[in-house]
Design a protein around this ligand. Structure first.
Ligand code: PSV
Ligand code: MN
Length: 400
């Protein structure tokens, strides 16, 4: 007996609309700036200042309607001494609010051997002060989430006291946690390797979980989809973190080999669908939406940055909409009765449903263009910024 429910298109439209109403995606300021690989950069008329980053992010929000916040990196966007009121003015002018705040304890020379895990107490203190400064700025900006990422680790066996570093890290994170405002959260990101190639102090979700628990109740784990080994089952990690009530957010991107920062869903859209499906499954069982910060963490080196950000958001919406179509009541019965093919086909039915008409309908209902990418291209914004940022007229290659 085939179990797949054939949903009517009205039912699909309603389900998709309700799901999309609840999905907001945060954009990374650094995704609008020129970035590259260690082998070089290929320049675009990308954002050079925080104002240009707000402006470009504002375009993505204008055409997609679902990106009201921009993640900021303290050192790159709001270096010490910046007046928070200046940032607030930009938020007002460009229609996007400051989102999560990332301290930067990996770039300065002082962090050659780590930050909160450094052997030297003075460096640990320096890093902690910077993180506490970031917490204060976040509070003044009205930002809820602090998202530190630690590059701390070592490159050669025997060169680091792994247990002492764990304790220093726990201590620093506890101090950070205690400085949070009542509504703020500390999201801990893990990454298995790079820039450290022997050991990384927060290498996986289990380490992040232990540290989040030690820091306190406002600490959560952040899953960057690019920060896993090949073939790792990310949706299982997501399911476990949900069950432990400690999933705080995502940094979305796709990967083929390592932390490649490719466009979300460009390599494995089914993986993203499965992650969303675990979240929807949990929410269906719990009868409530979870408080997860969905953030993008990609730096588009070859594609037009603004266009690829729009493409990313549209992809996230489509995959989320597909996950919303999973027939969970039927799925749990199939699981209980151990009808494997029926259960798997429920996933496949949802994944292979063409949700694009329903997503377009939803956009029309929200007063948005049905095709945000086309609308952006027609807006003349690229032509304007090419002129303003390069002093030259736009050519075909300005868009690629
Ligand atoms: C590190 O690879 C990371 O994922 C962290 O989230 C940083 O904030 C971001 O990338 C910087 O590009
Ligand atoms: Mn990240």
């Amino acid at each position: 007996m085939a179990l797949h429910s054939s949903k009517s298109s009205t039912r699909i439209d309603e389900t998709v609309a309700a799901a999309l109403d609840g999905l907001q995606i945060e954009l990374p300021s650094w995704g609008f700036a020129d970035t590259g690989t260690r082998f070089g950069k290929f320049y675009q008329p990308a954002a050079r200042t925080i104002e240009e980053k707000f402006s470009d992010a504002g375009q993505v929000h204008k055409f997609t309607g679902v990106c009201p916040t921009i993640a900021l990196h303290i050192l790159w966007d709001v270096p010490e001494g910046t007046e928070p009121s200046e940032v607030k003015k930009l938020a007002k002018r460009y229609g996007v609010q400051p989102g999560s705040i990332s301290p930067n304890v990996f770039q300065d020379q002082i962090y050659k051997h780590g930050s909160l895990c450094n052997e030297q107490e003075s460096v640990r203190q320096h890093a902690l002060q910077h993180i506490l400064y970031s917490v204060r700025i976040a509070r003044e900006l009205g930002s809820r989430d602090i998202t530190p990422w630690f590059a701390d680790g070592s490159n050669f066996p025997g060169t680091a006291n792994i247990r002492a570093r764990k304790q220093w890290l726990a201590e620093g994170l506890k101090r950070t946690h205690d400085a949070l405002g009542p509504d703020q959260r500390l999201l801990l990101e893990y990454k298995p390797f790079e820039p450290a190639f022997y050991h990384t102090d927060i290498a996986d979700w289990g380490m992040a979980l232990v540290l989040a628990r030690a820091a306190g109740p406002k600490a959560r784990v952040l899953v960057d989809t690019g920060h896993h080994y090949q073939t790792q089952n990310i949706e299982q990690i997501v399911a476990w973190l949900l069950d432990e009530d400690i999933l705080g957010g995502f940094h979305f991107n796709d990967r083929r080999y390592a932390d490649d920062d490719l466009t979300l869903g460009s390599i494995d859209p089914y993986q993203v669908f499965r992650i969303f499906a675990e979240i929807r499954f949990y929410e269906w069982e719990a009868g409530r939406r979870t408080d997860i910060a969905y953030m993008v963490d990609q730096s588009h080196n070859l594609k037009n940055k603004i266009e690829e950000m729009i493409q990313t958001v549209m992809t996230a919406q489509e995959l989320y909409a597909k996950a919303a179509l999973v027939d969970f009541p039927t799925l749990v019965v199939a699981q209980q009765e151990q009808r494997l093919i029926d259960a798997e086909d429920i996933y496949k039915d949802a994944f292979s449903t063409d949700v694009r008409p329903a997503v377009r309908e939803w956009r029309t209902a929200k007063g948005l263009a049905q095709d945000p990418l086309a609308a952006f291209r027609e807006s003349g914004y690229m032509e304007r910024i090419v002129r303003e940022r390069t002093g030259r007229a736009a050519t075909a290659s300005s868009y690629a």
